[in-house]
Design a protein around this ligand. Structure first.
Ligand SMILES: [Zn+2]
Length: 230
């Protein structure tokens, strides 16, 4: 009886050890899979424009807030970049702005907080996500902006714009723009205006999750083309 029990115990212990081994092997396998986007040593700051009381442009057909679309595209862009090994620093991860509690000078404090995140991250590139507006509803198409007098910015913007034009049916050209987020740091910075919320057709596209993902994947492809070619 004693011997039998002992045998059983041994069998149980062996079974438990085998179980544990396969469990840890499975965990190892899972983490190896998660690592498939091995760190490539490059950092991208993804800035979802606006947030909090600053909703940005309002959709003419649905009343959607630009800030919400920006965040959805930014999150999706982070996913694609991370899976390719980039370290991504988001300026905001929620619908809140970056201006804190005080109600004074919100916009200035919001922008200063973004600048600090960028400077601290020392990124290889900054990409700020926005949606456009125009008085005439017919205006459409995604467009990439770079800092005035920035040669690396111009080159990067033109590469990303060419991917945007091929993937998102836009016929626009990259353009220089005098925007704070582009000139607040020494790092190569782009603004991607993903489309016009004043164009009801484009607005319908921009509020849909599959199109937001398509936009994000397009921007990712453009960024990766620029950074992998360096
Ligand atoms: Zn905006």
């Amino acid at each position: 009886m004693f011997l039998t029990l002992k045998k059983k115990t041994v069998i149980i212990i062996v079974a438990a050890v085998l179980c544990a081994a396969s469990f840890f092997a499975a965990i190892g396998f899972a983490s190896a899979k998660a690592d498939s986007g091995r760190a490539n040593g490059m950092v991208v700051v993804v800035d979802a424009g606006h947030g909090g009381i600053d909703g940005g442009v309002v959709g003419s057909a649905t009343g959607v807030k630009e800030s919400d679309i920006n965040l959805a595209v930014a999150r999706s862009l982070k996913h694609f970049l991370t899976s390719k090994g980039y370290q991504v620093v988001m300026t905001r991860n929620t619908t809140d702005g970056l201006y804190g509690m005080s109600t004074k000078n919100r916009k200035i404090r919001d922008m200063e907080a973004r600048r600090k995140i960028i400077v601290d991250a020392k990124p290889d590139m900054v990409v700020s996500i926005h949606q456009n507006s125009y008085p005439r509803a017919a205006q459409s198409g995604a467009q990439v902006f770079y800092a005035l007098n920035s040669e690396p910015g111009r080159a990067a913007a033109e590469t990303v714009q060419s991917v945007v034009n091929a993937n998102l049916d836009s016929g626009r050209a990259a353009a220089a723009g005098d925007y704070y987020i582009l000139r607040c740091s020494e790092y190569t910075s782009l603004i991607v205006e993903c489309g016009f919320l004043t164009n009801p057709v484009e607005e319908r596209l921009l509020i849909s999750a599959p199109y937001q993902e398509k936009v994000a994947y397009t921007i990712f492809t453009g960024i990766h083309t620029v950074l992998s070619g360096r």
